[in-house]
Design a binder for this molecule. Structure first.
Ligand code: SAM
Ligand code: SF4
Length: 361
């Protein structure tokens, strides 16, 4: 039986560390000793799937177009993040980021940014629909890495879970990304009780055979309000037990740092290549103590935590003539108030009003 119970990773800045004011100015720190270097940017709240753990079947009321940041507004905030805070990784997400017409332009603009740590790494999280037609342009624009969501290899189960019969399109997107040579190519899979547990081993085999890194994600309370049930959760330990019945797993020895996934090495076997597989146990083994993320929604709100119930508006400041100094000061203030932990298991936990698609996963 494999378990994720391991010593928690050390925070990036030791708790209790005394900051100098110049340190605080040059980075996005919070009062619990963490520093954000990983920016998740949602480019749209719209999506062409309706994954049941993320969105209601009828979709949501989309944000009005005029409320969404323009390409230039997004690029200005990215510049502030890289130049002022030393952000080292920008991940474009959504909703479905491929629905954003200006994606290639935004990626190209971001690729030209330089901060204290050089050029930021540029990553994309996508459902893969239409990626086969865009990947070469995105790569040329400067995209470094792609995570593609794939919850099932069974056409009927995929359609049931995402409420759209689009498995072939996702597989085409994965194959095209593979051909384009972007590495590591990561596959994200959310496991839901009685829906796609049977996909755990086939998804692992599919990924290992192709040299992809699979990440199983515990379902979080970020979908349609009132639908998540803690007692129905397929936990990371259950996922590992299922994998361990087929594959020889050993915990990875590489330091995990701020990465959300705990990694496991899979030994090569007769007819089965080895590789790595990860499990993101946000619910049962939270990793908040090492979190290095800050988030920007498509309407220009900073969220210091995925589960924040409050947001800080940068769009109003952008549109009322705020300077880069103003934007940096307000963003820094928002991050300073980042909660110590998401508190999913705390008695008073309340799900955020926005669902995952509107926050940016
Ligand atoms: N549409 C893109 C996609 O599906 O990859 C990007 C946005 S989606 C919100 C980002 C990631 O969040 C996906 O891998 C998705 O599976 C995951 N996700 C969405 N809702 C979730 C939930 N309630 N719990 C855990 N992961 C979730
Ligand atoms: Fe869309 Fe991604 Fe949410 Fe699925 S997980 S509904 S693809 S935003």
């Amino acid at each position: 039986m494999h378990s994720l119970t391991r010593p928690p990773p050390a925070p990036l800045v030791p708790i209790g560390h005394r900051y100098s004011s110049s340190m605080l100015l040059g980075q996005l720190a919070d009062r619990h000793g963490r520093v954000a270097r990983d920016l998740r940017v949602s480019l749209t709240d719209r999506c062409n799937l309706r994954c049941s753990y993320c969105m209601p079947a009828d979709g949501l009321a989309w944000l009005p177009v005029e409320g969404t940041l323009t390409d230039d507004e997004v690029l200005r905030l990215l510049r502030v993040a890289v130049e002022r805070f030393g952000v080292t990784c920008i991940r474009f997400t959504g909703g479905e980021p491929l629905l954003r017409r200006g994606l290639e332009r935004i990626v190209a603009g971001a690729a030209g940014l330089r901060g204290a740590h050089g050029r930021p790494e540029l990553a994309l999280t996508t459902n893969g629909l239409g990626l086969d037609r865009r990947i070469d342009g995105l790569r040329a624009a400067g995209l470094d890495r792609v995570n593609i969501s794939l919850d099932s290899l069974d056409r009927a189960r995929y359609a049931r879970l995402s409420r759209r019969d689009r498995l072939d399109d996702v597989l085409a997107g994965i194959a095209a990304t593979d051909r384009a040579g972007l590495r590591p190519l990561k596959i994200n899979a959310v496991v839901m009780r009685d829906i796609n547990e049977a996909d755990i081993v086939p998804l692992a085999r599919f990924s290992l055979e192709r040299g992809y890194e699979l990440r199983f994600i515990e379902q979080m309370p970020l979908g349609p309000a009132g639908e998540w049930r803690r007692d129905a959760l397929v936990s990371a330990d259950e996922i590992l037990a299922e994998l361990g019945a087929t594959f020889a797993l050993t915990p990875a020895v590489e330091p995990r740092g701020a990465a959300p996934a705990a990694l496991w090495h899979v030994a090569a076997d007769a007819g089965q290549p080895g590789g790595r597989v990860g499990v993101i146990a946000s619910v049962t083994h939270p990793f908040c103590g090492a979190c290095d993320r800050t988030r920007l929604t498509s309407d220009g709100q900073v969220r210091s935590c995925l589960f924040s119930r409050d947001e800080t508006d940068l769009r109003g400041l952008l549109r009322s003539g705020g300077s880069d100094d103003d934007l940096a000061r307000v963003w820094r203030g928002a991050q300073w108030g980042k909660p110590r932990a998401h508190g999913i298991d705390a008695p008073g936990f309340q799900q955020p009003e926005r669902t995952m698609s509107a926050i940016g996963g």
